[in-house]
Unconditional design. Structure first.
Length: 388
């Protein structure tokens, strides 16, 4: 069935806009330190609280089968408005450590109704070519994640309030676009009742299990790499007496992953999603292993390889999501995506906090070696999965 030409672009724009609050708190971390009196350890907690909120949200959404029982576009819009509201709390002057973490938790909680639900909406429209559709969709998420850093590198970045207001406004607009322009898809098959055992039973499906563990390995690396890239660039500056613009290059390195997601989606139509995912995991895994060497390279080479890493670290994400979706029946497809995403983001908290703990004991230059565990795990499981 040929879809209306505006459907995929609208989903992509909405996904980009509505995921922009994800790293918004990290881009103004210095201002948050002044407001709360905390040190630089707040960086890990600000992101981890978003991840924790996302995990709780996806767990609840999965148990109640929200994305399979209600209109996904409506769920997307409501969650977008609520995520924007939580994000706006960051501009208040009356802030404590716990109110900050609660606001970021709330942002993450409602992002659970945006990221996996957006993928569910795409799956309801694109039964064939889903790998390519998800490639563009996750590419939008990656670009949205890097968007606050890119804003912070401009004249707007001098005012943290503008960053928060801009990301919250974009989120509301994205939610409205999805609701009014993207009705329920032709392949949508609603579940009529809650089945609390549908999530756990998914792991009895061999294809789901292997695809999910591939995704978990990817997630071990991804968000920790993104979260600690600013620290890596700052460390390189200190080591070599350079003045690389940290927000600008962080935004570029994260944002460049949006290109690889779209490119990987196009390639997957010919090679299959599994091959694209394995290739991306191998490249990013090699980058993990050679990371200590990168800090002694000349500036141009350092930025080139780190950008290649940012390119590779995301290319597998939409293809792994496609493999997860393809492993489940239509009536629990949304639940399958939500369960895998929930566990995957739980893993990100472990890797982020582990790197936060290790940064003072093993040094920044050796920190990223720990992330190689993820790609190795992902490749191991995907090699046993049928190529689709």
């Amino acid at each position: 069935m040929k879809q209306k030409p505006h459907i995929l672009p609208t989903i992509i724009i909405a996904q980009f806009a509505c995921t922009s609050p994800w790293f918004a708190g990290n881009t103004i971390v210095d201002e948050l330190i002044l407001k709360t009196g905390l040190g630089h350890e707040i960086m890990g907690w600000v992101l981890s609280s978003v991840q924790l909120g996302f995990i709780v949200g996806t767990l609840l959404f999965a148990l109640l089968m929200i994305a399979d029982r209600f209109s996904p576009s409506r769920v997307f819009m409501v969650c977008a408005f609520l995520a924007a509201l939580c994000n706006l709390y960051l501009i208040t002057d009356q802030m404590t450590k716990w109110s900050l973490l609660l606001a970021r938790f709330g942002t993450g909680f409602f992002l659970a109704g945006i990221y996996p639900v957006g993928m569910k909406i795409a799956a309801d429209y694109y039964e064939k070519g889903l790998g390519m559709a998800l490639g563009f969709l996750v590419g939008a998420l990656v670009l949205g994640t890097g968007f606050p850093y890119l804003i912070n590198s401009t004249a707007w970045g001098s005012d943290p309030y503008r960053i928060i207001v801009a990301t919250s406004t974009f989120t509301c607009l994205g939610g409205a676009l999805m609701y009014f322009l993207v009705p329920d898809g032709p392949f949508l098959k609603k579940s009529l009742k809650v089945n609390l055992y549908s999530g756990p039973r998914l792991f009895k499906i061999n294809a789901f299990r292997k695809a999910a563990f591939g995704y978990f390995g990817h997630m071990w690396e991804l968000y920790a790499f993104w979260a600690f890239t600013p620290l890596a660039i700052s460390f390189y500056n200190t080591l070599h007496g350079r003045e690389i613009l940290v927000p600008l290059w962080t935004g570029i390195i994260i944002g460049i992953g949006s290109i690889s997601c779209g490119l990987g989606g196009i390639i997957s139509k010919k090679t299959g999603s599994r091959k694209v995912a394995i290739t991306a995991l191998i490249i990013s895994g090699i980058c993990c292993l050679i990371s200590p060497i990168l800090f002694v390279l000349p500036l141009v080479l350092f930025l080139m390889v780190w950008s290649l890493w940012g390119f590779a670290v995301t290319a597998d994400s939409p293809q792994l999501s496609k493999l997860v979706a393809a492993s489940a029946s239509a009536d629990i497809k949304g639940t399958a995506l939500t369960v895998a995403t929930c566990i995957g983001f739980g893993i990100t908290i472990v890797s982020i906090q582990l790197l936060s703990y290790l940064q003072d004991s093993i040094g920044i230059n050796y920190l990223f070696l720990v992330l190689a565990i993820g790609p190795a795990l992902g490749v191991w499981h995907l090699l046993k999965l049928k190529n689709v």
